[in-house]
Design a binder for this molecule. Structure first.
Ligand code: PAN
Ligand code: ZN
Length: 191
């Protein structure tokens, strides 16, 4: 295993900013092709309001190998693409039997999980929510509130990220705003 010296970072509970983070990933609307059910609405939003930042991830870079514990903080901005809340791309872990834990920091959101057999579950998250992503479940998070939604995550170093399976197939259910509230509904595009 690659040796790493002990170190500490600082997480701002009010904003979700984690520093120092050697890498800050930014996902704008233009990075989210075919992620949302209403792809036409995504393109229209870019034309009308510009290439808005959807979320950023403050990554503490560590060796992605067995034994290490990777961690980061994600801040999702408020907004919707069509009826669907702003959310992360979502992924399975490459090693499907690797779990993860999320800690809600600020704002309101949902953790959306999908198992291999197509079962989808969503868990509301807010400040102090500790949510468990069990092995074998794909996961993504959505901001269902009016301000930023931020959470901290930690997962095994050798888990890896498989985005392709979700990009190709999507989740069987999507989280939409219906009568002003989050509702988990069938994905109309499911192939
Ligand atoms: C999280 C996610 C993070 C961004 O740290 O990677 O929230 O979401 P996407 O990776 O789907 O863009 C995690 O689940 N790590 O394994
Ligand atoms: Zn993950």
């Amino acid at each position: 295993m690659t040796a790493v010296e002990p170190f500490a970072s600082r997480l701002d509970f009010g904003t979700g900013i984690l520093r120092p983070s050697s890498l800050v990933l930014r996902r704008n609307l233009s990075d989210m092709a075919n992620v949302y059910a209403e792809e036409v609405a995504r393109r229209k939003l870019i034309e009308e309001t510009g290439d808005t930042l959807v979320y950023q991830v403050y990554v503490v870079e560590l060796p992605e190998t067995e034994g290490h514990l990777l961690h980061c903080a994600t801040v999702i901005h408020p907004g919707r693409v069509g009826h669907e809340y702003f959310m992360t791309k979502g992924h399975f872990h490459v090693k499907r039997d690797r779990a993860e834990v999320y800690l809600g920091l600020v704002g309101e959101g949902h953790l959306i999980l999908q198992r291999d057999d197509g079962t989808v579950i969503s868990l509301p998250m807010g400040p102090g929510t500790v949510a468990y992503v069990p092995p074998y479940w794909a996961h993504r998070t959505a901001n269902t509130g009016a301000g930023p939604f931020a959470f901290f995550a930690a997962w095994p170093g050798d888990a890896g990220h498989d985005y392709e399976t979700i990009e190709e197939k999507g989740f069987a259910k999507i989280l939409v705003c219906r009568d002003g509230r989050p509702a988990l509904v069938e994905n109309p595009n499911i192939r």
